[in-house]
Design a binder for this molecule. Structure first.
Ligand code: UDP
Length: 332
């Protein structure tokens, strides 16, 4: 099956993870159509496939797209994804992440597209009761972002039952790093994610990094997260796609490295990788942040044979630094 060319619609293919997926699909011999409204994505990150500018919440655009292309599967990356922002602007998140996704799923049902891969998140779990977190852990999100992703997962289960729409929901832990080419990488404006901000501080683009919360019940008081390389995430999508196209049932999988690093440890690793001192400023906790998130990814390893290539945070940061330095040089 992997050698048989399929046509995949990548919604949000101009974003950080979506653009890595597009590259991976093209390398895997698939035809790719990217739908993106460029609200947070960047045209220059789309390095292949056919680009359809437009919004996933626009029924007319979707009808045209599904009528003019024989889409075999849809991958959906086009969501707002910042925990902090979601606390302050919940309706923005409900509108884009849920309402627009309903429009997309509705179009898929009307056009009989039966395979869907969904970017879900560790934020569906909320405060973990046990570490590492397994997929059967209770889902009690602590922020609107997590609520929106959980709502879509539930919608997908209902669509499977009613419409035979088969899906894989991939619960990402902290996506990080960049493709080895240095041609695509993480690029948000404004940037809110830890590793790119740390690298901006390392290269002098920012004066310092704020550490949000130093009184968490962790070894050094800062939050612990599980960082997983973006190309390993993309590879997991490819495996999920193959499984669905071969007739597998719907499934939910965690995607993480199964290792946790505190914010201070990330900063320390980044100093070692970049060779630059990173000035730190302690700041209050960021609302909605659980103290510790570490995945068990055993289920996808066992069922789909996922083998992440990057198991070292230093190597992940190095790939991000490679992109960061190339991107800075290109803009200079
Ligand atoms: N964080 C921080 N300073 C920053 C950005 C993030 O201390 O400028 C912390 C944040 O509170 C969280 C961790 O770094 O504990 C990872 O945050 P990020 O936004 O990268 O990902 P999230 O875990 O929210 O998906």
């Amino acid at each position: 099956m992997p050698n048989k060319k399929k046509t995949i619609l990548v919604v949000g293919g101009a974003g950080y993870i979506g653009s890595h997926m597009v590259r991976k699909l093209i390398r895997g011999n698939h035809a790719v159509v990217v739908l993106d409204n460029l609200s947070t994505g960047n045209r220059k990150l789309i390095q292949g496939g056919e680009f359809v500018p437009g919004d996933l919440g626009d029924r007319k655009t979707l009808d045209q797209l599904f009528s003019s292309h024989a889409i075999d599967a849809v991958m959906h990356f086009a969501a707002f994804s910042q925990v902090g922002e979601s606390m302050h602007h919940p309706l923005k998140y409900y509108r884009n992440n849920i309402a627009a996704t309903i429009t997309l799923l509705d179009a898929m049902v009307r056009h009989s597209v039966k395979h869907f891969i969904f970017s879900s998140t560790a934020a569906v779990y909320g405060e973990p009761e046990a570490i590492p977190i397994i997929e059967d852990h209770p889902c009690i999100p602590t922020n609107p972002y997590g609520n929106t992703k959980l709502a879509v997962e539930r919608m997908l289960a209902d669509c499977d039952a009613a419409h035979d729409l088969k899906y894989v929901a991939l619960r990402y832990f902290n996506a990080a790093g960049a493709d080895g080419s240095g041609e695509i990488g993480e690029m948000h404006d404004p940037e809110t994610h830890l590793i790119p901000i740390v690298l901006q501080a390392a290269s002098g683009q920012r004066d310092h990094i704020q550490v949000f919360g130093t009184d968490y019940p962790t070894t050094d008081g800062t939050c612990i997260r599980d960082y997983v390389h973006v190309n390993d995430l993309a590879q997991a999508h490819l495996l999920a796609l193959d499984a669905l196209l071969e007739g597998a049932g719907s499934a939910v999988y965690n995607l993480g490295s199964s290792k946790g690093y505190s914010v201070r440890e990330v900063i320390g690793k980044a100093e070692a990788v970049t060779g630059h001192k990173i000035p730190v400023m302690e700041a209050p906790r960021r609302a909605g942040d659980p103290a510790i998130l570490i995945a068990s990814s055993d289920r996808i390893k066992k069922e789909l044979g996922w083998k992440p290539v990057y198991d070292d945070l230093g190597a992940i940061i190095e790939s991000a630094w490679n992109w960061h330095t190339k991107e800075r040089a290109a803009r200079a």
